[in-house]
Design a protein around this ligand. Structure first.
Ligand SMILES: C[S@@+](CC[C@H](N)C(=O)[O-])C[C@H]1O[C@@H](n2cnc3c(N)ncnc32)[C@H](O)[C@@H]1O
Length: 241
């Protein structure tokens, strides 16, 4: 039998940082992970997803509400803001940066947020394997690493084929929201998704309006300081045939 395919066939879109956490972050991990953290069964690598692993939102949250996934949630600023202002919606933060996940748990706890779970895993595998098909109402990817050097652009997460990956996790009519400060990557995202049969544009003109549910993060501020335009995009999952 052939070996199961994994996303490790492709270069991943991240380089794992040392993962060293401060004492406070270690404590947060120990105390808060039972509340927030979903421990993903692994396949080949420490951020992989085992083919049988499943995150079923209704089981995790004890209700069948709206469900939003943020990919590359960083320090968690955007998702904690969203979760605390939308208690009726359930949120999943997907990150490979451990210290960022610890920070997210600390801030979520301080804000009294309970409609949030975190996974430490390679995001395309979360979308392709961990989530049930059509589980998400929205998928957000804000300031995805641009890999701006030409020899590295193959590491970009939103590359040909990503439409099928995100389209699997979204319900019909669900939304994929993107933002970036890197013009060349913004164009690549638009080209990839315009060509994806799973999606249609949900904006008029060249770029989408700024998503008003997206708060300013350090990455956006840095982009603005460097004089870059911030590009938003939003695509709608077309109905499955
Ligand atoms: C440039 S940062 C942006 C963080 C956050 N969205 C913000 O706007 O502040 C990109 C984040 O995506 C995460 N990331 C990159 N590739 C990923 C992957 N394949 N799976 C999960 N997280 C990923 C990185 O660890 C990093 O924290």
């Amino acid at each position: 039998m052939p070996e199961p395919r994994t996303f490790r066939d492709h270069p991943v879109s991240f380089v794992r940082r040392s993962g060293r956490m401060s004492e406070g972050q270690e404590r947060a991990w120990a105390e808060l992970s039972p509340t927030y953290f979903f421990d993903v069964p692994r396949a080949v690598a420490s951020t992989s997803v085992h083919p049988d692993a499943r995150f079923v939102p209704a089981d995790e949250f004890g209700r069948d509400g709206r469900f939003v996934v943020e990919i590359g949630s960083g320090q968690g600023h955007a998702i904690i803001h969203a979760a605390s202002t939308h208690p009726d919606t359930d949120f999943l933060a997907v990150e490979v940066f451990r210290a960022g996940l610890a920070r997210t748990m600390l801030d979520a706890d301080a804000a009294g947020v309970r409609n949030l779970r975190l996974v430490e895993a390679n995001a395309p595998e979360v979308l392709e394997v961990l989530l049930p098909e059509g589980a998400a109402d929205e998928v957000w990817i804000f300031f995805s690493d641009p890999w701006h050097k030409k020899k590295h652009t193959k590491r970009r997460m939103i590359r040909p084929g990503f439409g099928a990956t995100a389209g699997r996790a979204l319900r019909d009519g669900g939304l994929l929201r993107l933002a970036t400060d890197w013009e060349d990557y913004a164009r690549q995202m638009r080209d990839v998704l315009d060509a994806a049969p799973e999606f249609e544009r949900a904006f008029d003109g060249d770029w989408a309006e700024r998503f008003d549910g997206r708060i300013m993060t350090a990455f956006e501020r840095k982009g603005i300081e460097k004089g870059r335009d911030i590009r938003d995009l939003v695509y709608r999952r077309v109905a499955r045939g």
